[in-house]
Ligand binder design. Structure first.
Ligand SMILES: C[S@@+](CC[C@H](N)C(=O)[O-])C[C@H]1O[C@@H](n2cnc3c(N)ncnc32)[C@H](O)[C@@H]1O
Length: 336
């Protein structure tokens, strides 16, 4: 974890904040923030509150949170992508701090900063447009680039390394479980055959070609490599694990009345968020028909706020990448 760039004041309340700057950062325009108003409204910002944006990206949500915070408020933003952390240097605001870290380390990051409780956490999952649109990052089959796919390029295994070393069974499991791909077996077999034939698979173009050749039936409107690329990206970045590790920490970190807002982009993520909130809300760890007075039942630590929110037609028209987004919101109760 690297704490970097906009440095926090020693005592934030003792410094007058720079007014939230509407500085136009070129990086901002590269990513269109999804459900901007909905997600920030969901946090029910208290002017003097402490908030965490666990997925800074290009800071669309962070900037809006800063606009709503007062002089005493603080915003801690995290991103595991060094390019996102660098983009955050455009925000010169004493109330703001960026930390290079996966959000699964949210508890440790806040502990290091001496912060016990926060009033809201936002997670806008998945990848940003600059990540997808830069061929060099290796996330997209639309460009031929190195098969990397790491959000944090300073550590971990690249997709090319995984593909070079994984067994056919491991490849099938990843492509099936994280890509929900019907033809996972055929794709894994084709990858192993290409590898065994002496071709190291090191570029997105090579992989996309192998997948296209292995998929017997191409779904109209979708590139045959879509699901395989999604699967590898989720696996390489351990995206579901990150979420599973972060959510319970958020419950412990939120002050009573604090809000958790999570934007998911596919059903695997959304299922984890939905089940987690439901599990916290129901807390039915007692057997059914257990003879106990209602007042003695375990009380929920989180309560769902409203229904799942999806982008409207006009947002989807403006930003087609928002079409699969789902925002879920929950509020921390006073129960310990
Ligand atoms: C959809 S973008 C966020 C966009 C941002 N809300 C905005 O308005 O610009 C997701 C960002 O979260 C980061 N990210 C994804 N998973 C992460 C994780 N587990 N820990 C930290 N950052 C993560 C990605 O690197 C990417 O920059």
């Amino acid at each position: 974890m690297n704490v970097g760039l906009s440095q926090p004041p020693e005592n934030p309340s003792s410094l007058s904040p720079v007014s939230p700057s509407p500085v136009l950062d070129l990086n901002t325009s590269l990513h269109i923030t999804v459900l901007l108003d909905e997600a920030v409204d969901a946090l029910a910002i208290k002017p003097a509150g402490i908030y965490v944006d666990g997925t800074f990206g290009r800071g669309g949500h962070s900037r809006r949170i800063l606009e709503r915070l007062g002089e005493q408020g603080r915003l801690i933003a995290l991103d595991r992508d060094i390019a996102a952390v660098a983009a955050a240097s455009a925000i010169q605001d004493a109330r703001f701090r960026i930390v290079h870290s996966p959000f699964a380390a949210i508890g440790e990051v806040l502990g290091d900063l001496g912060i016990g409780k926060v009033d809201g956490v936002l997670l806008d999952l998945g990848i940003s447009s600059p990540q997808i649109d830069e061929g060099d990052r290796g996330f997209s089959f639309r460009f031929d680039g190195p098969l990397d796919m790491r959000m944090d390029q300073s550590r971990g295994q690249t997709a090319a390394q995984f593909i070079a070393e994984a067994t056919e069974q491991q490849l099938t499991g990843v492509i099936k479980n994280y890509g929900e791909e019907r033809f996972a077996k055929q794709i894994a077999r084709a990858i192993v055959a290409a590898r065994t034939g002496g071709d190291a698979i090191t570029t997105t173009g090579q992989l996309a070609k192998i997948v296209a050749g292995a998929v017997p039936k191409i779904e109209p409107g979708q590139d045959p490599a879509t699901r395989t690329f999604q699967a590898l990206r989720i696996f390489i970045n351990q995206e579901l694990k990150e979420l599973e590790v972060a959510l319970p920490q958020c419950v412990s970190l939120l002050a009573a009345g604090g809000r958790l807002a999570v934007i998911s982009f596919h059903s695997l993520e959304d299922r984890i968020v939905k089940r987690f909130i439901r599990g916290e809300q129901d807390r039915d760890d007692l057997p059914a028909n257990f003879p106990v007075m209602a007042k003695d039942l375990p009380q929920p630590r989180m309560i769902t706020v409203g229904k799942a929110i999806k982008p409207g037609a006009s947002e989807i028209r403006r930003n087609p990448r928002s079409r699969s987004a789902v925002l879920r919101v929950a509020e921390r109760t006073a129960v310990a």
